[in-house]
Structure formats: structure tokens, C-alpha cells
Design a protein around this ligand. Structure first.
Ligand code: HEM
Length: 402
């Protein structure tokens, strides 16, 4: 975790974009002396780094030193050849074609979550929290089912995955120590939880992702228990907060742009453009990082072996050299080659799934709710060095009568 000096207040976390604009006007690559690392803001430079995995390693935690408990790194934190071997094991489950087969099921889960709210409120118009009601449970139920873990445990997952993305609120030593301790405890609980789940799956033959990973062989060897657990933790955590924030981000955009909402009601096919533009405009993952493996020049700056590089996807997505009027939300933008899902060999495995879930959530809300409006409130940003979003998002809804 890290805290950029410029991103410490509530306002800055909610709106880091002016900081990106200032930085981009000073250069595409800047040095951050406080944390002795590089900040990359330019689109072309970000793409160069993510494409060039030989010079920029994802092995951010030294092997065998993955913190307390010596966790195995997940594919997110591995380079080839191990990255390639492990990713290949589950690639097929996440292709657009495989994911499209889930569409009816995802729509059914969405409908039942909305039914639950109607039941609780008696169908009366009023305020709901979009995060609690739909944007959090939907992705978590879907990935829990794919993995083969009880969706009923989702309150626990929420606490654990919140902790995995949480960053220090400030730079005081006590704050950092407290976060490190809470994160280690959470990771330990998550580890114990999955140890038991893997045991249960070992006893039976099933077609869940955990079942497939248990059965998988790489060069005649099964995955170690630590590798299995890290895979599960990544899949559970990676898709959670991010997809929640995509759904909420899309509604923030729609409520900030009533004319777009009206267009979308007229023409639901616009939903894909709304989702792509939300990914660019309110990127749920604002940053990722790499470690330099050999001295190399980027954007006129000399990087040395061992340097840490923070790639600001959220800034690259607002680079005026690539996106015209980058600070405008334009759902009909075409092309829209944003980097919200990363680039290169670590490109988000869950991208087709996240988009399908967002689509289902937005379209179902539009057809079941005749009116959706913003509630005047103070939004609380998620406190994280890389995840962008809000902790809750109250909206005022009126249901379509049936
Ligand atoms: C990787 C973003 C949803 C699984 C990534 C990366 C980004 C990203 C930026 C690359 C990180 C890097 O290069 O260091 C997002 C966003 C999402 C989302 C914005 C939602 C809007 C999901 C979902 C899943 C998922 C739903 C799975 C259920 C993964 C995995 C990786 C990954 C497994 C690692 C891939 C690898 O290292 O080869 N994601 N993600 N993501 N994502 Fe997502």
C-alpha cells in the first residue's frame, strides 16, 4: 500500500482527476521522492510498461516473503513461465463465450436481489443503498457459485476483500502498523476458510473452479495447497470491489448526466457505451505497479533495476493525447481504448464477466424502476491506494407498478 501525498483528503480520493491533470501537464513520468518510486501518467508510457513484462516484473513481493504465513503469490503477482501455466488453467472458464452462457443466470440473480428490496420496502418509493442492495451482492454471489463456495458467507468475504484493498488513511507509523496487523489477521482467516473449502472439494468430483484447480496438473504436478488458496483469494477479491464500483460508478455518471439517462431509457443498446465510458471515466482500478528488472528509459526518465513503478491507469485513461475532451463523460465515444482492465499478459481475466454483470444490473434497474434519482449526501470514498469507489451510494427509487 502507498499513499500519494496528493491523494489524502476525502475530496482528493473522490476526485483524483485534477491531480492527474496537473501531473500530466508536468510530464508523462514523474519521480515521487517520498516513496522513492516512479509515477507513470501517460497512456503510451503506461501501455509500454504493461506490454513489456520482461523489463517490468509483477513479482512485487519477494518469493517466500509473502508476509506472515508465506503465502504463495497469485497470478497477479507472478511473471512467466509460472504466470502463463497457472492462468491457462482457468482461462477457458472466463472467455466471453463461456461467460455469455451465464447471462440468464446472472439476470435471475439480479431479479431476485431486486425482488428482495421490493419485499423489504413493500414496493414503496424511497431511499436504498445501491452498494448493499445490488452492486455488492451480485458479483459476489456469481463468483462464489463459480468457485464453489457458499454465497451465504458473503458478509465475511466483504470484510476480507475490503481489507485486501484498504490503504493507510495517512502516513503515520501507527496507522501503517495497525493496517498491516489487521490485514495479516484477515488474510489468515481467509486462508483458514479456504483450507476447509478445498478439503471439502477434495472429497467429491465437481465442476466448480476449485474442483478444476484441484484436478489440474502442470508438468505432471498438482498445484500446491498454497497456490490453490492464493488462486481462490484472488478470484474472490479481484472481482468483488471492482465490479461493485463499476456498477456504482455507472450510476454516478448517469445521475450526473440526466440527458444520458434519458437517452439510455429510450435506447437500452447504449448501455455498452455507458459501461465502457464509466470504465474510462471512473476506473475502478486507478493504479497498478511493477518492479524494473533492467535499467531502461521511459518518457525521458532513467529507471534503474529494482525501482518501483506505479502505473496510473486512471490518468492514462484521461490522457488528452488519446482521448478528446478526457474530462467529459461521453458514452458514445468511439473508439474507446481505455486501460481500465490493464494491458498485456495480466489483462483482467474477469473483464467479460464484470461487463455482463454491470449490463444486467443497469438494465434491470431501468426496467424495474420508473424513477431513479440522486440523494443529496456526502459520499465516503473507499480508502485504498488503487481501488476507486464509494462505500455506499444512496439513491431514491420509485418502482414500476405491476
Ligand atoms: C487483473 C481490473 C473485475 C479477475 C486485473 C487487472 C486490472 C483489473 C487493471 C490487471 C492488473 C495488473 O496488470 O497488475 C478489473 C476491473 C474489474 C475487474 C476494473 C471490474 C470492473 C474482475 C473480475 C474478476 C477479475 C469480475 C474475476 C472474477 C482478475 C484476475 C486478474 C485480474 C484473475 C489477474 C490476471 C493476471 O494476472 O493474469 N483486473 N478487474 N477481475 N482480474 Fe480484474
Amino acid at each position: 500500500g502507498f499513499v500519494r501525498t496528493a491523494l489524502r483528503t476525502r475530496e482528493q480520493r473522490l476526485n483524483p482527476f485534477p491531480w492527474y491533470r496537473t501531473c500530466l501537464s508536468q510530464g508523462t513520468v514523474l519521480r515521487d521522492e517520498t516513496s522513492q518510486s516512479w509515477d507513470v501518467f501517460g497512456y503510451e508510457e503506461a501501455q509500454f510498461i504493461l506490454r513489456n513484462h520482461a523489463h517490468f516484473s509483477s513479482e512485487r513481493t519477494a518469493r517466500g516473503q509473502g508476509g506472515p504465513g508465506n503465502y504463495a503469490p497469485s497470478i497477479l503477482n507472478l511473471d512467466p513461465p509460472r504466470h502463463t501455466q497457472l492462468r491457462r488453467l482457468i482461462n477457458l472458464a472466463f472467455t466471453p463465450k463461456a461467460i455469455a452462457a451465464f447471462q440468464p443466470h446472472i439476470e435471475a440473480i439480479t431479479a431476485s436481489l431486486l425482488d428482495d428490496i421490493v419485499k423489504e420496502t413493500g414496493g414503496k418509493a424511497g431511499e436504498i443503498d445501491l452498494v448493499d442492495a445490488l452492486a455488492y451482492p451480485l458479483p459476489v454471489i456469481v463468483i462464489a457459485e463459480m468457485l464453489g463456495v457458499p454465497a451465504a458467507d458473503r458478509e465475511k468475504f466483504k470484510r476480507w476483500s475490503d481489507l485486501l484493498v484498504e490503504g493507510p488513511a495517512d502516513l503515520r507509523a501507527e496507522t501503517l502498523a495497525d493496517l498491516v496487523a489487521r490485514r495479516a489477521a484477515g488474510r489468515k482467516e481467509l486462508d483458514d476458510y479456504f483450507r476447509d473449502i478445498v478439503d471439502v472439494h477434495r472429497q467429491k468430483d465437481d465442476n466448480t473452479l476449485i474442483g478444476a484447480l484441484i484436478a489440474a496438473q502442470i508438468e505432471n504436478e498438482s498445484l500446491s495447497l498454497e497456490e490453490l488458496i492464493s488462486f481462490c483469494v484472488l478470484l474472490l477479491a479481484a472481482g468483488n470491489e471492482t465490479t461493485t464500483n463499476l456498477i456504482v460508478g455507472a450510476w454516478r455518471c448517469l445521475l450526473e448526466h440526466p440527458e444520458t439517462m434519458a437517452m439510455l431509457r429510450e435506447n437500452p443498446a447504449l448501455v455498452d457505451g455507458v459501461i465502457e465510458e464509466t470504465l474510462r471515466y471512473y476506473s475502478p482500478v486507478q493504479a497498478t505497479s511493477r518492479i524494473v528488472t533492467q535499467d531502461i528509459e521511459v518518457g525521458g526518465q532513467q529507471f534503474a533495476k529494482g525501482d518501483r513503478v506505479v502505473v496510473w491507469l486512471g490518468a492514462a485513461n484521461r490522457d488528452a493525447r488519446v482521448f478528446e475532451d478526457p474530462d467529459q463523460f461521453i458514452p458514445t465515444r468511439s473508439p474507446n481504448h481505455h486501460m481500465a482492465f490493464g494491458h498485456g499478459i495480466h489483462f483482467c481475466l474477469g473483464a467479460p464477466l464484470a461487463k455482463l454483470e454491470a449490463r444486467a444490473a443497469i438494465l434491470a434497474m431501468l426496467s424495474r424502476m420508473e424513477d431513479i434519482s440522486a440523494v443529496e449526501t456526502v459520499l465516503a470514498p473507499i480508502v485504498s491506494g488503487f481501488v476507486y469507489g464509494v462505500k455506499s451510494f444512496p439513491i431514491e427509487v420509485a418502482w414500476v407498478a405491476h
